[in-house]
Design a protein around this ligand. Structure first.
Ligand code: C2O
Length: 552
């Protein structure tokens, strides 16, 4: 197999958006960051040099990191941060994975600008018949006029919700619905009659998004770098952390300008007073019309008719339910049919007394936090993986994540102020032996369930065997699971006010972060860690740490 090497220099770069120029963290001065493109089976070596005045780490989102947890990247989970002037080379092999993934920083809110596509070209041709003319990356992000790490610390200190970003972006461009942004609009030219593959990545910080292209349908063929049964849809819903490959055929008779709008906006179940919601770009049919985009733009009337409304849960649910693994002979679906263990955990937002702090900006004079089974995750100040590997005795974390909610109750139908508020802070990890067939039921609760929680598991893909609204019923619901062709993913959008059951073949020894990919929720503690023990065979053990692993 081949080795592909990359050098990522983390550096400040002055970037202008919305008429606001400010230094942002970049890799090699690029925003969004450079694309990593490798072939299935490649060894990958990415040397990351930190040339900025703050710590950083990078994470290769969705890469399984089989036995190479040292290269996974979440700060204080699998490594200590890379300090100013230091370098660390992430080394791993891309085994049995193909498709669109991405990379991003994994410390504080640095991923707001430190992100890019991670593309794995397949060993075999795509299991679809249409010839693909070319591939178009569509990466959604968010732009803040203020410093993002300050947005995070303000939220943590004052206990309120995060300031919303100033713009959503497509490939770093806000598009003309935002002030001062016409020149920062993503425009893609295409040829009539041809089929294109869009590699769509939601790198936004705090929102699920709907995406649609005017007058065109999208055929979903892959999610989270796993092929799906193709299905055609008028729009997609994509949560932060998720990736979706779709085919688009340029089969329209273009309007006089030869352009069609593409647009993305948040999906939230209760409509907030958002005003900065919609990023748009353009598809432009080649050799038709003239370059009239700059004058053709009129807000609102211009949005694709097929873009769902911000609170269209019905669309979001139907869309998620359509996603099925390919489950073919060549690409089988290895969902565990039987399980060794079921863990049920609430995923919730909570309130905490402000301890007399008058500045408290949460609700009812309290501050926000978030938890799983009422454990609000605290990141230690050393690498859990390293301590675990070296068997160090420490009180910084414990192997005792509660495997059931603290008290059984009606999670989704109770008065949020009297329930589920006794959150504890700690670093409690879920431990399973090598090879465990593990089911985790993620149960949303009633407090502030205005949006899906996109729960991401590091180090493993999982199978979404069931989802539903209301409370999970451990007698009835498992009987309705899809154990034939459930979607295989690394991030599941747990329905707001409902639950999702995922199954994992826990065959990757190490310490794996599990967290909500809405950045505010991770900051508040909606996270835990999954520890998979070594297996008996040497090939089932975590490899030793690399020499250049940063120390704390
Ligand atoms: Cu994409 Cu732990 O992250």
């Amino acid at each position: 197999s081949n080795t592909k090497q990359f050098h990522f220099n983390v550096e400040w770069k002055k970037v202008t958006r919305l008429c606001n120029t400010k230094p942002i963290l970049t890799v090699n001065g690029e925003y969004p960051g450079p694309t990593i493109a490798v072939n299935e089976g490649d060894n990958v070596e990415i040397k990351v040099t930190n040339s900025v005045d703050r710590n950083t780490t990078l994470h290769w989102h969705g890469i399984k990191q089989l036995r190479t947890g040292w290269a996974d990247g979440p700060a204080y989970i699998t490594q200590c941060p890379i300090r100013r002037g230091q370098s660390y080379t992430y080394k791993f092999t891309v085994t049995e994975q193909r498709g669109t993934l991405w990379w991003h920083a994994h410390l504080s809110w640095q991923r707001a600008s430190l992100y890019g596509a991670f593309i794995i070209y397949p060993r075999f041709p795509y299991p679809i018949s249409a010839p693909i003319q070319s591939e178009i990356p569509i990466i959604f992000g968010e732009w803040w006029n203020s410093d993002v790490e300050a947005v995070e610390s303000d939220m943590m200190i004052f206990g309120g919700g995060p300031d919303s970003s100033d713009a959503y972006t497509i490939n770093g461009m806000p598009g003309p619905l935002y002030p001062c942004s016409i020149q920062d609009t993503f425009i893609q030219t295409i040829d009539r009659g041809k089929t294109y593959m869009f590699r769509i990545i939601n790198a936004a910080m705090n929102n699920e998004l709907f995406f649609a292209v005017a007058n065109h349908t999208l055929t979903v063929i892959e999610v989270d770098a796993v092929y799906t049964k193709p299905f055609t849809t008028t729009a997609i819903m994509i949560a932060p952390g998720q990736t979706t490959n779709v085919l688009l055929t340029a089969n329209q008779v273009p309007n006089p300008t030869g352009t069609f709008v593409m647009a993305a906006r948040p999906y939230v179940t209760s409509v907030f007073p958002f005003d900065k919601t919609t990023t748009i770009g353009f598809l432009k049919y080649n050799a038709l019309g003239s370059d009239t985009i700059k004058t053709a733009v009129k807000p609102c009337s211009f949005l694709p008719q097929n873009l769902p409304q911000m609170n269209d849960s019905d669309f979001a649910t139907k869309f998620s339910n359509k996603i099925r693994s390919l489950a073919s002979t060549k690409y089988p679906c290895n969902v565990p049919k039987k399980i060794d263990k079921r863990v049920i955990t609430t995923i919730s937002l909570n309130l905490q007394d402000c301890g007399g702090n008058k500045a408290c900006k949460g609700l009812y004079g309290k501050k926000f936090l978030a938890s799983m089974n009422n454990q609000s995750f605290v990141r230690p100040t050393m690498s859990i993986l390293e301590c675990h590997y070296r068997n160090l005795k420490t009180s910084a974390y414990a192997y005792n994540f509660p495997e059931k909610p603290p008290h059984a109750f009606n999670y989704t139908g109770v008065n949020p102020l009297t329930h589920n508020m006794n959150t504890e802070f700690g670093t409690r990890l879920l431990v399973v032996p090598y090879g465990t067939k593990l089911e985790i039921v993620l149960q949303d609760t009633s407090f502030l369930n205005v949006e899906n929680h996109p729960i991401h598991v590091h180090g493993h893909n999982f199978f979404v065997v069931g989802t539903g609204f209301g409370n999970f019923d451990d007698v009835k619901d498992p009987g309705r699971y899809n154990l034939v062709d459930p979607p295989e993913r690394n991030t599941v959008a747990v329905p707001s006010g409902g639950w999702a059951a995922i199954r994992i073949n826990a065959d990757n020894p190490g310490v794996w972060f599990i967290h909500c990919h809405l950045e505010a929720h991770t900051s508040w503690g909606l996270a835990t860690g999954l520890v998979v023990e070594n297996g008996p065979d040497p090939s089932q053990r975590l490899l030793p740490p690399p020499e250049d692993l940063p120390s704390c």
